[in-house]
Design a protein around this ligand. Structure first.
Ligand code: NAD
Length: 284
């Protein structure tokens, strides 16, 4: 089955990226969010990202207009009745995602696949909130979506082979490579990445090094494109904390306990780059 009209729920960092890349692949997209402000921010992020591509001569101005022409934005979930594949990319919170999928299940035709871009939450449990577990799957894009090559595909216990094939084909059409993960907390990417970021917060909290020294040590010393604290700011500290909570609860091992300093930053509303302040200050 070829997807012609993609639904994206959530117009944040990930939702706007997914919408952009799909529209660049020639797919019509409807992107929904809670309110007009969130939609406006998502649209502005896409506009800026496309402008960068035009500047680098990877896209013409006419291509940019065509991509924007394939994107629609709305606060009405009911609009997804016309979608033939829906990806949810809302805040990393299980109860919120379950409510979203319950309402999608009511408005989206029964044969349509529902996918979640969750970083860590059980696909099987989210699927159980719908009447179509065989048509439910995890489609974990990486951040920033226009740049990162990978989509990690997560099969819930009930996900059908056909749902998997359609999802992998959609990811490939969007220019992505795919890997498959079983449905365990954090899947593959965040099971391995997030404990490292959490450990960097422990190192910072314990005064092992300054934020700059921790980041530079890991960047230059282990050949990573950016240090773990910068990466955490980039991902969103709320998302990092939510993933650590899922790993801790889901795997039941104390080694996954979220660092209290990470929690304190989130309590302060210092969520990283997206709020202008995280480990580092981006307001200037
Ligand atoms: P974000 O905070 O940038 O955006 C979340 C968006 O969801 C916001 O626009 C918010 O208004 C919207 N939202 C909240 N409740 C909603 C609802 N009921 N209906 C519709 N929209 C709603 O977060 P993000 O970084 O884009 O993360 C979104 C999802 O993608 C999360 O599940 C996260 O774990 C996952 N993810 C994030 C990254 C990353 O690096 N940030 C990478 C891969 C996957």
């Amino acid at each position: 089955m070829t997807v012609k009209r993609l639904g994206v729920v959530g117009a944040g960092q990930m939702g706007s990226g997914i919408a952009q890349v799909a529209a660049q692949a020639g797919i019509d997209v409807l992107c929904t969010d809670l309110n007009q402000d969130a939609l406006d921010r998502g649209r502005a992020a896409i506009d800026k990202s496309l402008d960068r591509l035009v500047k680098k001569e990877k896209l013409t101005a006419a291509d940019k207009d065509a991509v924007l022409g394939r994107l629609a934005f709305s606060t009405e979930v009911a609009g997804h009745a016309e979608s033939d594949f829906v990806v949810e990319a809302a805040t990393e919170d299980e109860s919120l995602k379950k409510l979203i999928f319950q309402s999608l299940d009511e408005v989206v035709p029964a044969g349509v696949i529902l996918a979640s871009n969750t970083s860590s939450i059980s696909i099987t449990r989210l699927a159980a909130a719908t009447s179509r577990p065989e048509k439910f799957i995890g489609m974990h894009f990486m951040n920033p979506v226009p740049i990162m090559k990978l989509v990690e595909v997560i099969r819930g216990i009930g996900t059908s082979d056909e749902t998997y094939r359609t999802t992998a084909a959609l990811a490939e059409r969007m220019g992505k490579d795919t890997t498959v993960s079983r449905d365990f907390p954090g899947f593959i990417a965040n099971r391995i990445l997030m404990p490292m970021l959490n450990e960097a917060f422990y190192a910072l909290m314990e005064g092992v090094g300054s934020a700059e020294d921790i980041d530079t040590t890991m960047k230059l010393g282990t050949n990573q494109p950016m240090g773990p604290l910068t990466l955490a700011d980039f991902i969103g500290l709320d998302t990092c904390l939510a993933i650590m909570d899922v790993l801790h609860q889901g795997l039941g091992d104390a080694k996954y306990r979220p660092c209290p300093l990470l929690r304190q930053y989130v309590d302060a509303g210092w969520l990283g780059k997206k709020t202008g302040r995280g480990v580092y200050d981006y307001r200037a």
